[in-house]
Design a protein around this ligand. Structure first.
Ligand code: DX5
Length: 221
């Protein structure tokens, strides 16, 4: 699944249409507020401006302080899933429930230093857990493979509890890292740089990475 962080910000509407044409399942918007992470990106109006360029679902990765204050704006902008960071809201259980009440799919993200125990008691509220495999804020960083045991622990908890909860990884995902991420239990893989730097273009990159991810997730069993 693509992150539009590396896309051409002067042509985001066309970039979303090109991603849809390339066959992506969803599009992830890396929303940054300059406080929770040292970078500033997309307000809800930017996403709303791109909403009618494709029917592909949007997910907002809210790397912001107090996401509960902004959540409704991103749902109104056309995002089907909202991902909030466990480290960014005082009352995570309540925030996830409020996202469900807004009619969106709730998901929770964990920074590299955050243990999986911090979300153990909210997994049943989530449609997805995002394990960050870089420190959030920028694309093009190196994959932190030490996150793989965290993914495996979450996969075990989700399986043992019989929950229908995806595990997403984001950061440094590409041909060299997809297998390790999938083998540890991730079933949703976000790629930014790896997609946009493929010399054969976006469609080729999407197909290549999807095939690699499908194979890796399949082998992981
Ligand atoms: C970090 C962002 C990135 C982006 C994808 O805050 O969340 O991880 O989505 O980055 P790369 O370029 O590593 O795929």
């Amino acid at each position: 699944m693509p992150s539009v962080l590396p896309a051409d910000f002067s042509r985001l509407g066309e970039e979303c249409a090109a991603l849809a044409d390339a066959g992506v399942d969803r599009i992830q918007w890396d929303v940054m507020d300059g406080r929770f992470v040292p970078n500033l990106t997309f307000g809800p109006d930017v996403i709303a401006a791109c909403r009618d360029r494709t029917d592909v679902p949007f997910e907002a990765h809210l790397m912001v302080e107090a996401p509960e204050e902004l959540a409704h704006l991103y749902v109104e902008a056309g995002c089907q899933m909202l991902i909030v960071h466990a480290e960014s809201t005082k009352h995570l259980h309540r925030t996830l429930g409020s996202i469900r009440d807004l009619g969106a799919q709730p998901a929770v993200a964990l920074n590299p230093s955050t243990p999986p125990e911090s979300v153990r008691y909210v997994l049943e509220l989530c449609d997805m857990v995002l394990v960050m495999t870089v420190n959030p804020g920028f694309g093009g960083q190196a994959y932190i493979s030490e996150m793989e045991p965290k993914v495996a622990t979450l996969r075990r908890w989700i399986t043992d509890a019989g929950l229908n909860c995806d595990i997403e990884v984001d950061g440094g995902i590409g041909p060299a890292t997809i297998s390790g991420a999938a083998a540890s239990g991730a079933n949703v893989l976000v790629a930014g740089s790896a997609l946009y730097k493929d010399p054969e273009g976006l469609a080729h990159a999407v197909t290549e990475l999807r095939d690699q991810a499908t194979t890796a997730v399949g082998q992981a069993g």
